[in-house]
Design a protein around this ligand. Sequence first.
Ligand code: ATP
Length: 517
Amino acid sequence: MSASSEDQFKNIVSHCKEYGFIYPSSEIYDGLSAAYDYGPYGVELKNNIKDYWWQAMVRMHDNIVGIDAAIFMHPKTWKASGHVDAFNDPLIDNKDSKKRYRADVMIEEYVEKIEAKISKEVDKAAKRFGDTFDEAMYRQTNPRVMEYQAQIDAIKTRLANCMTNGDMDGLKALIEELEIADPVSGSRNWTEVRQFNLMFSTQLGNIAGEEGKLYLRPETAQGIFVNFLNVQKTTRQKVPFGIAQIGKAFRNEIVARQFIFRMREFEQMEMQFFVRPGTEMEFYMYWKEERMKWHLALGTPAEKLKFKDHDNLAHYANAAVDIQFEFPFGFRELEGIHSRTDYDLKSHQELSGRKLQYFDPELNENYIPYVVETSIGCDRMFLAMMSHALVEETVPDADGKDSTRTVLKLPPALAPIKCAVLPLVKNKEELTDKATAVLHKLKAHFPCQYDEKDAIGRRYRRQDAIGTPYCVTVDFQTLEDDTVTIRDRDTLEQVRVSIDEVTARVLARTSMANLFA
Ligand code: ATP
């Protein structure tokens, strides 16, 4: 991470804490690594993200319905899904620093460094050649760039082979050949690489031993698969149809140092779309595009999002792509779209002995549907929104001078508070009473906040910092003609409007419906 990106990331973390979005979990005991608590504004923003997803997926599609399954599931679920045997990450320890790493991630980071070298060469050449620069041609013909690219391709191929074949010795050999050192201590004194299962387990109260061993679900998807026929029968849905769910998932991540990007307890928003076998690629392409549109509708710049095909596929998938977002630490997975074949339903059918087939009235035949999944982490989405929205900018002050402000330019539909009501001064009862009355009127429609402390400029700044799209100020003129000034977070424009107009104005800009226009 460059120094400025590192600063930006630190800024996000401290802003989240200072303004009541996210606190470290059990902080009075020095926190628990990779666990976080959402504060008063955080929970509102997170709920809004979930609402936007739910509305887009469930309410806007007649053929998608929702469920809320239990976190605990029968232990055989995880045998059938392959998680007991294959939900592993390759773990390596440094013997000197005693730090633990993911072997695959270290190799990927090594590749990123070579990619950065290529970008540097390309930037230099672009400057040298000016308008006549042909980047594609340069990448194909420049000997140094070609050599770097060949290195990248060779490493990626070996990494993919090792991951697909579970070849831990191969990963260790690659780390040694590339002379990858511990980023903290610089030491190359590594242990062997070994598989580490990411599921947390616990024990049922009334059964001793292995029999009573339970897992905290590592993904919400399985709750959907095991309920597939229940839902299909009770809602009379016809294939193709989808089941959506939002809920907690748990993974005992080996390395979890990137704030809410990688947590051990997190929330997923997943949708499984059941289709006729053989049509899965069509729906895979459809959902790939649909999900990208969902992100773009929030106003996220297109250059901050990109598709990245998986180099090595999970045990259940025949196609998989990530939607990556440019976090301060680079492009990383925000959402996955996977064509999961009939792997899960078939395994559950085998292990449970219950038929999980669908009777297709048009084809007049029974089959196990294929599944296309969209899966996004709610917390990662939260971090993406924060990274994109938190800006510092120079704006004119009340007295016309330049000043800097920190503003959270969240899409208004996601903002935790939609409108703040501010009496111009606090020690005039007529004003505070009037402002309280205005607040009372507005708060039935959307989340509002009343603030009377400090000068009006400081109160505006406080609202900017939590992303409030509108501030309404009640002043002496309000007492005469029932008008208020309404200030726009982004344009800073202030207009005087009648109190009766405020609700409609705020709703017009902050309604979730805008995102579906
Ligand atoms: P990664 O490669 O980053 O570990 P993954 O490929 O294992 O992620 P999936 O199993 O596809 O992730 O999970 C779907 C989504 O759930 C991810 O796109 C991500 O947004 C979210 N997610 C996965 N693991 C975590 C985690 N530890 N903390 C927060 N969100 C997560």
